[in-house]
Design a protein around this ligand. Structure first.
Ligand SMILES: O=C(O)CCC(=O)C(=O)O
Ligand SMILES: [Fe+2]
Length: 574
């Protein structure tokens, strides 16, 4: 790797060799493998590609300042196959060349190609035909011409013998620079302009559009900056940009335009295989639907009110007050195997501390925004009527969903939680799915005689409900969290609030809460100074590409059919 050329392999299927830090392929890579196909498409159709480098990259020419950094736009000039030095499996390799050769590369040290250096005149990479397969190969290594076609008997052989693995790239291969083909366009700047984003977007969307909650590149320091604050983007360098809401959404604006608000008894969306008993009770203004999941599990209760009753109960006002830009909503931090990330939705926890996979602050109920205090009273009153013996909630987790936000399947089964969990929905409609909790085999014994374990593994929802503005969804029974999972698969609109009440026993819950991940490291600036270099033009592109494509290492037929039949099992266990 230098400031303009990167030679690398990718395409997956590698694993650590024993306990060493070395990785090796555990299977051949094939042209039909998705990651390989993507790369070959990029090469064939000349699609520019952004290179991102991790701080642990062993061939980096300088010390990388961040865990991950964006290098630049590159194009693939050559692709070929080689045996993996450790396992002998076939692996695809690629030569990437920076598109903007005239720009100085921030990651290159002084004196390296790409750094303030007038570049050498372009040199061509020689190509030769293999006497056995009659296909062309580029000259990549000093040690001699190697046939790069893995289906050829002479693949990776020098004078009839398997070539060593510690070969040296030719100077031509390293020094060649290719003209940027006509019509070759970089699809976007590496750092999209935040002003363009904010000004061009339709203000009627009220800034709940996805563009307003995804990350930006900080215009002050170049750092990638997630939107975690309700008010807008706040970068660790001190830069901040408020977003606010241009529009205060009303319930009728957020309603699904193609479906009328509830009229009459709802039709529950049920995969009716297990005949979940459903009871519907209505008095005109309120409809209560009860999904009976069995005596050892519990009941899901869905309460829907007419528009008039919702108004009377103050639901529209609650929705409006939840759009106050001063509310301390935040996107919570989640630590995953791949690093630190954020929940999709904004959260505000009030009352007892509530720890789940997310690291979040809690506001005491006496200091909580009035809207949250009102919701708590309303939840306690309504749930008290429907679930006899209900212990008053002492916590409300308010979640704000902007466009395209959702919540994946999970259970609210943290230690110290009471058996009743109830959430009030405000704003845009959303679909909540319920499925069997994977891996909980006792399901079989517990209820639904004849439960097919494949239905547990499949992850398919057994029933789902549409939560409209003003609806109350009560999960009554600890067994629901034990044997079932729920998710918010789809929010049909720009803005939705879910305010969920729970009883949390502070002592047992605190004692059992999970450790949380580290805060994000301080980030440093990346700048990319410009310098004058010459860009080669007019040099021919490699011509062996066609040969390579017609002679590619593809999955054998037998293997292909085996993979196809394996698909359902693989997805079922995921
Ligand atoms: O958005 C919702 O209605 C569901 C929220 C939820 O499941 C939770 O807070 O645990
Ligand atoms: Fe939940």
């Amino acid at each position: 790797m230098d400031g303009q050329i990167i030679i690398s392999h990718c395409g997956g299927k590698s694993a650590e060799v024993d306990d060493s830090n070395e990785r090796a392929l555990i299977d051949d890579q094939f042209k039909d493998d998705n990651p390989v196909r993507c790369m070959l498409n990029n090469w064939q159709y000349k699609q520019p590609i952004v290179m991102i480098m991790g701080s642990k990259c062993p061939t980096s020419p300088t010390k990388m300042p961040h865990r991950y950094q964006v290098l630049d736009w590159f194009m693939i000039t050559h692709a070929w196959t080689e045996p993996d030095p450790f396992s002998g499996h076939v692996r695809f390799k690629y030569r990437f060349e920076k598109v903007g050769l005239q720009e100085s590369s921030w990651w290159a040290p002084q004196g390296m190609p790409g750094k303030n250096e007038e570049y050498l005149p372009a040199v061509a990479i020689e190509e030769r035909e293999c006497a056995t397969c009659n296909k062309k190969s580029p000259r990549i290594y000093e040690e001699g011409f190697l046939c790069i076609h893995s289906t050829c008997q002479q693949f990776w052989k020098l004078d009839g013998q398997s070539a060593a693995h510690n070969l040296h790239y030719t100077q031509q291969f390293l020094r060649a620079r290719h003209p940027v083909p006509p019509n070759y366009v970089v699809p976007s700047p590496l750092a999209p302009s935040i002003d363009g984003l904010l000004l061009d977007r339709n203000a009627e969307l009220g800034n709940a559009h996805r563009d307003f909650w995804k990350g930006i590149v900080c215009p002050a320091c170049g750092n990638c900056c997630a939107r975690t604050s309700w008010k807008g983007w706040v970068c660790t360098c001190g830069y901040s940009r408020e977003v606010g809401f241009h529009v205060t959404y009303t319930a009728s604006q957020l309603r699904e335009p193609h479906r009328d608000r509830y009229v009459g008894a709802p039709i529950p969306a049920i995969n009716n295989r297990y005949n979940i008993p459903v009871k519907v009770e209505t008095n005109g203004a309120t409809t209560i639907v009860r999904y009976d999941l069995g005596p050892a599990v519990g009941t899901v209760i869905h309460v829907q009110n007419s528009d008039e009753l919702n108004k009377k109960l103050g639901m529209d006002e609650l929705l409006q007050r939840y759009q106050d830009p001063e509310l301390p909503f935040k996107r919570g931090q989640v630590t995953t195997m791949c690093g630190t990330s954020y929940t999709r939705n904004f959260a505000l926890n009030c009352g007892a501390a509530y720890h789940y996979v997310v690291d979040q602050d809690t506001v005491k109920m006496e200091d909580a925004p009035v809207v949250v205090q009102n919701v708590l009273s309303m939840l306690n009153e309504q749930v008290g009527k429907l679930c006899p013996g209900h212990r008053d909630f002492n916590e409300v987790l308010s979640l704000a969903y902007l466009e395209d936000m959702r919540m994946n399947y999970h259970t609210d089964d943290e230690v110290g939680l009471g058996p009743v969990v109830a959430s009030l929905s405000l704003g845009a409609p959303a679909r909540m799915g319920f499925r069997f909790r994977a891996g909980w085999k006792q399901n079989k014994l517990c209820h639904f005689p004849g439960l097919d374990v494949d239905d547990v593994k499949s992850g398919i929802p057994q029933f789902s409900v549409t939560l409209n503005h003003g609806d109350l969804l009560i999960m009554d029974g600890a067994g629901i969290q034990r044997y079932w999972e729920h998710s918010l698969t789809r929010v049909e609109g720009l803005f939705r609030i879910a305010a969920t009440g729970r009883y949390i026993d502070p002592d047992t819950h605190e004692a059992a809460s999970r450790p949380f991940g580290p805060t994000p490291a301080q980030r440093m600036a990346i700048t990319s100074p410009k310098s004058e270099t010459t860009v080669p033009t007019g040099e021919a592109q490699s011509t062996y590409m066609e040969d390579f494509f017609t002679h590619l290492h593809s999955i054998p037929k037998k293997e292909k059919s085996r993979r196809k039949s394996a698909v359902p099992t693989a997805s079922a266990t995921s």
